[in-house]
Design a protein around this ligand. Sequence first.
Ligand code: HEC
Ligand code: HEC
Ligand code: HEC
Ligand code: HEC
Length: 375
Amino acid sequence: MLSRSYEDELFRKLYLLGSEETDGLIDEFCMRCHSPVGVYLKEIPPADGSKLSKIAKRGVFCDFCHTISGYEKIGNGTYELSPGIVKLGPFEESESPGHETAYSELHTKSEFCGICHNLYHPTNNIPLELTYTEWEEGPYAEEGIQCQDCHMRQSPGIPATGTTERPDYPGIAGAGGGKRPHLYTHYFIGGNTISQIQTDDGYTQMAIERLQAAATLEITPPTNVIAGTENTVKVKITNAGAGHYLPTGLTELRQMWLYIKITDDSGKVIYESGTLDNEGNIDQVSTIYHSVFADKDGNPTEKLWEIESPISDNRIPPKESATEEYLFTIPIGATLPLNVEATLKYRSAPQHLVDELFGKDKVVPLVIDMVTEKS
Ligand code: HEC
Ligand code: HEC
Ligand code: HEC
Ligand code: HEC
């Protein structure tokens, strides 16, 4: 995703819409993180990228990250750069035939990621994305587990989350280098699958593996199962594997929700919630775990530049839980016992927004089943 941070179609479509609606006010701000070298070289504006050099279109790439030498404050892309022959990295003694090297403690710490993974509205300062802060105030920071320990230990088949092993990956970092006990992998996988509409190089599968190692479910089945009565089912969702809130990042777009189906013993559906309608919208009864912001008139908006105030945020902090309660009537004639099935689902963006940006019926964001539980 880092290498696509400029070319990513979802980003570009939303950014160009924002640029148009604000007369270019957002251009440089967005690009500080999405094409940092474009901003550094003063190739933005114009918003459409017509002045961008080839290198700037590569988004957040090797040489950019490995010449970050400091930062002003956490968030909003306030990195300090030292471009040149010296590349900064995590090894205290490292020799390369291609360039000089220097040790950088910053690269081994979450603060490095926090430079871009905390986002505040540039004028009203409302926190829009706080992945770094969510981590910093949570249990993983206390244990000393950095972003890098989960996101730079993943490889195909090894999601490296809070619920799975995060093994070492020994090897040689570059030609002529010695064998290292661990090389930090550079897949940088999150939950994003929508941008895989552009290519699929196995990253979708790794995103699915990551999401499937993020949460657990626990069903409390109905207790008084008599036909004709009202009853409740509870489902507890625990953020067991993410180092920050679940979901995190661009959470006015990301959606996580529960699908629940209660059937009687003959398989007849008694209750269902969390389904998608014909338009791809999640039904009104289910809770969507995300953040909601309001525009100047108090109406919900998914457009970052329109945000004037927060409305709600029901996401789940690391190692914490949320419980959903479902009230339903057991119809007369139902064959007992009842079966309950719950699935936690995730998608990178709501269908209506994707329709608005890409055109109707052009792109369907993948809905990922994170975890299923039955009782
Ligand atoms: C988002 C910023 C970022 C980008 C982009 C990036 N790196 Fe890294 N790289 C890091 C960080 C951070 C570490 C150190 C992780 C640690 O030690 O905790 C690292 C470590 C390394 C190392 C040391 C060996 C290892 O893997 O641990 C090498 C070599 C390296 N990067 C080369 C590259 C190359 C080549 C590219 C482009 C293909 C690249 N990096 C892109 C951030 C980045
Ligand atoms: C220069 C700013 C910058 C830095 C530094 C940076 N990132 Fe990012 N990162 C981005 C941007 C921008 C994107 C989003 C690209 C997109 O979706 O278009 C991103 C995307 C990601 C994603 C993919 C998210 C998804 O939805 O799938 C992960 C994971 C990630 N970064 C982890 C890290 C980690 C870990 C570090 C620190 C080692 C780091 N990043 C440092 C800017 C940065
Ligand atoms: C304990 C392991 C762990 C740590 C530590 C961790 N993450 Fe994550 N991260 C996950 C898991 C699991 C997911 C997938 C679930 C999700 O999307 O929230 C994820 C997802 C993400 C995403 C994608 C969110 C989305 O849905 O678009 C980003 C961006 C991200 N992490 C950045 C970071 C940054 C930055 C840090 C450090 C401040 C960090 N992570 C620390 C496990 C971790
Ligand atoms: C401080 C750095 C920063 C700035 C400034 C920033 N972004 Fe991002 N953006 C990110 C990071 C980090 C992610 C990845 C978060 C995640 O995956 O949840 C991201 C992800 C996105 C995505 C999701 C892409 C996808 O494929 O899912 C969109 C859209 C986006 N940004 C639009 C914008 C717009 C528009 C602006 C300007 C108003 C902007 N961003 C400014 C850091 C930034």
